[in-house]
Design a protein around this ligand. Sequence first.
Ligand code: COI
Length: 394
Amino acid sequence: NSQLKDLDPAKLKVNLAQRLQPLPALSTLKFGETHTDHMLVVSFDPKTGWSDPEIKPYAKVELDPMSSALQYATNCFEGMKAYLSPDSTPLLFRPDMNMSRLASSVHRLSLPPFSTSALLTLIKRLVVVEKQWMPPKSGYSLYIRPTVIGTKSTLGVAASDSALLYVICSPSGPYFPLSRGLGRPDGYIKPINLLAVSSHVRAWPGGTGGHKLGLNYSPGFLPMSHATEKGWDQILWLRGDMVMEVGAMNFFVCLKRDDGDIDFLTPPLDGTILPGVTRASIMDIARAHTSSLSFSSSTSNTTLDGLTSRLHVSENPLTLTTLIQWSREGRLIEAFGVGTAAVLCPIGVIGFEGEESELPSTEAKDSAFTEAGASYPDGNIERPSSLVDSKESK
Ligand code: COI
């Protein structure tokens, strides 16, 4: 209906919080446990369309107990990150990819559509308002969680013709604990140990696994609890013998080829795999280095000089049996999970049906994590009111 209003950033109202929370010490940050002071909220009414967007103090959302989101899990979301550049400019990482994935999740749930470029403009405004929450330390970022839920109040099983779109932010650091062993003052990304699960399946052909819907995640809580009770870090999702994803991350392996080159493999996007932004980015980087692999960097001491192999990137189905076979034959260089929240995490051990296979893995040393004890700057820092230009303020 062309009479319905679309999201309109020009109509944004900014209502700043009177009281701001103290900024947390970075060393205490646990993924997803801290929210910033403000949120962006817009709602869709079937008669009028999208409301005027508002940035307002973070607050609870009121829902009718009959609402579609509560009854039928009509919920989709994105995970994206903003980083502070060395000159303190907030930078979003490939947000266009998150926007198009959100549009496809919204469509899959038959929720009302909106202009994703308008949403991106609004997210940028929110990030500027919350700029002080962006940790000034490499390896840390502001995790942004756009969420769309169906708010129609009926127990009738049908599409929700009303919706709430909101965006919240959470400062984030390393997703998994870093190892800080003896003689190793720097942080290392510890390889995680996975329990492979085939009795519960994350996604199947024709299902919703290729979309970022809340209902794809909650069924993982039970197998994940079983795995963590037994001391495993995460689950490896299988479908039959096929390797799918690692917890909430996409899966990659690196293999030695007979000609000395390296195969870089990940399962294909056949509708059962989440089209991860980090997944796509890692493949883009690997492809860009295919012809001349030299990872030396002038700004850090991370060098892989002398590595003259070429990377061959491919998206192919992969079985656990083959993976373990490659590991035994010494062909496997490494397996790892990737995602927006965790970035990249090496895999140490895979357990399946009582057997454990140790994979070769490097503890990824990330110079990002080497500055011990960094924190937000304290003292009289500028807070949001001075960051918003006056025409945005009410
Ligand atoms: C992400 O990596 O952003 C995810 O969505 C994984 C999880 C935190 C839900």
